[in-house]
Design a protein around this ligand. Structure first.
Ligand code: AMP
Ligand code: MG
Length: 442
C-alpha cells in the first residue's frame, strides 16, 4: 500500500529522467521545509562565529566608573586656565584608585584606565604637562573640561541592546559580550551533517589512486564546505554499491543528523541505488534537476525525529531573516543526493545543500561568495530550460569559461576564480554581456 504523501517511485536507472525540477522549484521547496534549529547556550569563549539566537542587553554600564584615557594628571580644568602650578597629591592606577579628593590647585598622577579621582574632571596629558623643580605640574595649554575622561557608560550604557538576534558573532562581538559580563550566550545549534560516500571504486582520502580505483575527493570537499557553512560534520561513512547496504547506510547516517549528504549513486546507472533507498525510507521529493552539471541531484526527507523545538523565522527576499519567538517545529533529517562527479557534487552542494545547512544554523541562506558584475569575455553556451553552472576565470576585467570544464574534472574548479549561473531562459551569454559572477575567494 502506498503511504499518503508518498509519490510513486519512478526508477530512472538505464531509462533517464522523465522530467527534471527547475532550480527555482527546488529552492522554494527547501525554503518551505527548513527552519532554524533550536537554541543552545555556549560560553562566550566559544561563541565566535555562532549565530546569536536572542538579543543581548547589557546589565551594566561600561565603563562602570569614569576612567582616564591617557597617561597624565587628573585635574580640575579650570585650574589649568591659570599659570599657577598644581601640586601632585597622589596617584591613581588601574584598579588602584586615589581615595582622596582633588581640590583646587591640586592634581593626581593617572595612567590609562585608572579611575578619575573625585573632584577632578579632566586629564592633562603627560606630553602637555610641565614639571617644575618642586615636582609641581602646570599645563602648557588650558585643558578643556572632560578632556581624556571616559564617561560612565560611554562604551555601553546599561539597558542597551548590544547585539541583535540573528547576528553571526564576529571576534569583536564576543569581546564586547565579555565586556558586559556575559558568561554564556544563547546561540543557534549547529546543524549536524553526515556525509555518506557511495562507490565501489573509491579509496579513502590519503590513499594513492591505484589500478581502477580512484580516491574519494568528494568527502574532503564536502566536509570543508559544510564546516564553512557552520555545520558540525560527523565522521564520513562509506558504503558499497549494493541496494540493501545503501539503504541501511542511509538510515544509519540519518540517525542524529540534521542533514545527510550522499555522494554518488544518484544517476541512471545500474549501481545508482540511493534514490530508491530514499523513496523506501522516506520521501524522495526531488530527483533530477534542470541544472548542469548536477542534473541527477536529488532531495529527500527522512522520518521525523521526535519533539525538538526550533526557532521560527521570517525571511525577506535578500535572505536576511529576523528571529521570531520560539515555536514548535519537528525537523526531519534532510537528505541530498549529490552526484559523484566532483564538479556536480560541488555545484549541488553550493546551490542546494549549503543553503539548507546555512539556514538551519541561522545564517543567511545566500551563497557565501562575493558577487560581482563582470562582462563575459567569450560566448558561454547553455540551453533554454536549464541552469548552467559555468566555472570562469578572470581575464583582465572580464571573465571567460575555464577550458576542460567537464563535470569529472575537479581541476576546472581549482583553476576557476568563480562561477556564473546561466539562467533557465537563456541559451547562451554573449561576449561583452554583463553577468553576475560568484567568486570562490572574496
Ligand atoms: P556516480 O554519481 O556514483 O555515478 O559517479 C559519477 C562519477 O563520479 C564516476 O566517475 C565516479 O567514479 C565518480 N565519483 C563518485 N564518487 C566520487 C568521489 N567520492 N570522489 C571522486 N569521484 C567520485
Ligand atoms: Mg557511483
Amino acid at each position: 500500500m502506498t503511504e499518503p504523501n508518498k509519490p510513486a517511485f519512478f526508477d530512472v536507472r538505464m531509462q533517464g529522467f522523465r522530467e527534471r525540477a527547475t532550480v527555482d522549484a527546488v529552492l522554494a521547496l527547501l525554503d518551505a521545509r527548513t527552519r532554524v534549529l533550536a537554541v543552545e547556550v555556549v560560553p562566550v569563549l566559544e561563541a565566535a562565529g555562532r549565530v546569536l539566537a536572542e538579543p543581548v542587553v547589557s546589565a551594566v554600564d561600561v565603563p562602570g566608573f569614569a576612567r582616564s584615557a591617557m597617561d597624565g594628571f587628573a585635574v580640575r580644568a579650570e585650574d589649568t586656565l591659570s599659570v599657577l602650578p598644581l601640586r601632585i597629591v597622589g596617584e591613581s592606577l588601574p584598579a588602584r584608585p586615589f581615595m582622596g579628593e582633588v581640590t583646587p590647585g591640586h592634581a593626581v598622577r593617572v595612567t590609562t584606565g585608572a579611575p578619575i579621582p573625585s573632584g577632578a574632571d579632566s586629564v592633562l596629558m603627560a606630553e602637555f604637562a610641565q614639571r617644575d623643580a618642586d615636582g609641581r605640574v602646570s599645563a602648557r595649554a588650558p585643558v578643556v573640561c572632560g578632556k581624556h575622561v571616559v564617561r560612565v557608560g560611554e562604551d555601553v550604557a546599561r539597558g542597551r541592546e548590544v547585539l541583535p538576534a540573528g547576528r553571526r558573532l564576529r571576534p569583536q562581538d564576543v569581546g564586547l559580550l565579555a565586556s558586559v559580563g556575559a558568561a554564556c550566550v544563547p546561540v543557534v545549534r549547529r546543524p549536524r551533517v553526515t556525509i555518506l560516500v557511495t562507490g565501489n571504486e573509491l579509496l579513502p582520502p590519503g590513499a594513492m589512486p591505484e589500478g581502477f580505483r580512484i580516491v574519494d575527493s568528494n568527502s574532503p570537499m564536502l566536509s570543508a564546505l559544510a564546516a564553512r557553512d557552520g555545520a558540525d560534520t560527523l565522521p564520513v561513512r562509506y558504503v558499497r554499491d549494493d541496494y540493501d547496504a545503501v539503504r541501511d547506510a542511509i538510515r544509519d547516517a540519518a540517525e542524529g543528523a540534521d542533514v545527510v549528504l550522499v555522494s554518488g549513486g544518484t544517476s541512471v546507472g545500474t549501481e545508482d541505488h540511493a534514490p530508491r533507498a530514499v523513496a523506501e525510507l522516506g520521501e524522495l521529493a526531488v530527483h533530477g534537476v534542470a541544472l548542469r552539471p548536477a542534473g541527477p541531484m536529488g532531495v529527500g526527507f527522512l522520518l521525523k525525529r521526535s519533539g525538538e523545538v526550533v526557532m521560527g523565522r521570517m525571511g525577506d527576499e535578500e535572505g536576511n531573516e529576523a528571529l521570531s519567538p520560539l515555536h514548535p517545529f519537528t525537523p526531519s533529517p534532510l537528505l541530498f543526493l549529490l552526484p559523484g562527479n566532483p564538479v556536480s557534487c560541488l555545484c549541488a552542494y553550493d546551490l542546494f545543500a549549503g543553503r539548507v545547512v546555512r539556514r538551519l544554523g541561522g545564517r543567511s541562506w545566500e551563497l557565501p561568495y562575493a558577487k560581482v558584475v563582470l562582462p563575459i569575455a567569450e560566448q558561454i553556451r547553455s540551453a533554454v530550460g536549464r541552469v548552467d553552472y559555468v566555472r570562469v576565470k578572470r581575464e583582465g576585467n572580464a571573465v571567460a569559461p575555464v577550458a576542460s570544464g567537464g563535470a569529472s574534472n575537479l581541476s576546472s574548479t581549482v583553476a576557476a576564480d568563480g562561477f556564473v549561473l546561466v539562467p533557465h531562459n537563456r541559451d547562451a551569454l554573449a561576449p561583452g554581456e554583463l553577468a553576475d559572477v560568484w567568486l570562490y575567494d572574496k
